[in-house]
Design a protein around this ligand. Structure first.
Ligand SMILES: C[S@@+](CC[C@H](N)C(=O)[O-])C[C@H]1O[C@@H](n2cnc3c(N)ncnc32)[C@H](O)[C@@H]1O
Length: 287
């Protein structure tokens, strides 16, 4: 773990492989985005995940599918309305979203997947197995903690069309960082989105008030051991998290409860999760 209290990229990247396998297993992804590491981890952890779920811990597959489907839903609504034509997915890992949305929306959308260099290399190799990238789909190196320089978000957004709306997406990232680091990330995102006529940010977040109960503490501890660092539950309530987003520079912020979207999220094993929220924060306009 670094001084700032967050887990290093090398220790959290196994979770990206695990998630990549879960998405593919449920038909949300392409087999080319599955890695041997992801498959092995899934089978290794499967008994513990099942026992944990039965004891009241979050069903991990339900959490992963709930957050992914709700972000997909919100993003596709914004793209289809024309409010968003550019997406930057930060810490994309092995997410299929860039590939899927680029296929679906073709030249209506610019999709940039960003991650640290080791992961982007894996991602480019995996996507190449599917076929050539769509013309407006890119995979770039980016450090979410960099304020400036070639791998910063500031440098990346300077290459986008300043007259069009932009969405930033992160998934499975925030709870591996301490609160100061998270607030720094949010400040960078709000600043970057503020350059555009419409700017919106979607991300999953776990609240401590919704991550309590029998089995949950053990789950969080096990996950912390697995990623060799602390998993942080920074905010107790949705109100606290929204306030922190506004203090970081967003003009409006709310934490969506996936259960309010159950009818639109489709079948999810063990149901829509009550253990995860989706941040929807605007930096400008009404995206
Ligand atoms: C837990 S994985 C999540 C990946 C994917 N979004 C998902 O839901 O499975 C975390 C990802 O964050 C990336 N990451 C870690 N630190 C980062 C940083 N400072 N900037 C950008 N990406 C980072 C890792 O390389 C990894 O792909």
């Amino acid at each position: 773990m670094r001084d700032s209290g967050y887990v290093t990229p090398a220790t959290i990247s196994p979770t990206a492989h695990y998630t990549g396998f879960v998405w593919a297993r449920h038909g949300l992804s392409h087999p080319a985005l599955v890695t041997a590491e992801g498959r092995a981890l899934f089978h290794l952890l499967r008994p513990a995940a099942a026992i944990g779920g039965a004891l009241g811990a979050p069903y991990i597959e339900s959490v992963l599918m709930t957050r992914h489907r709700l972000i997909d839903l919100k993003l596709s609504e914004a793209i289809e309305s024309g409010r968003i034509t550019q997406v930057v997915e930060i810490a994309a890992g092995l997410s299929p979203r860039g590939w899927q949305f680029s296929q679906r929306y073709a030249d209506r959308l610019t999709y940039i997947e960003a991650d640290l260099p080791g992961m982007t290399l894996r991602k480019r190799e995996a996507l190449a197995r599917i076929g050539p990238l769509a013309p407006n789909h890119r995979v770039v190196d980016l450090d979410a903690l960099a304020d400036d320089g070639p791998e910063s978000l500031a440098a990346l957004v300077a290459t986008l069309d300043a007259t069009q709306g932009v969405a930033i997406v992160t998934e499975g990232l925030l709870n591996y960082f301490n609160e100061d680091v998270v607030r720094g990330i949010w400040q960078r995102f709000a600043r970057a989105l503020g350059r555009f006529p419409r700017g919106v940010y979607w991300s999953d977040l776990h609240l401590s008030s919704e991550t309590r109960g029998p089995g949950v503490g053990t789950f969080v501890k096990l996950l912390s051991i697995f990623v060799k660092g602390r998993v942080s539950l920074h905010f107790t309530s949705a109100e606290q998290a929204s306030a922190a987003l506004r203090e970081s520079g967003f003009t409006a912020a709310s934490l969506l409860d996936p259960r309010d979207f159950s009818a639109q999220l489709g079948d999810i094993p063990n149901g829509v999760s009550r253990h995860v929220r989706i941040i929807e924060a605007r930096a400008t306009g009404q995206a």
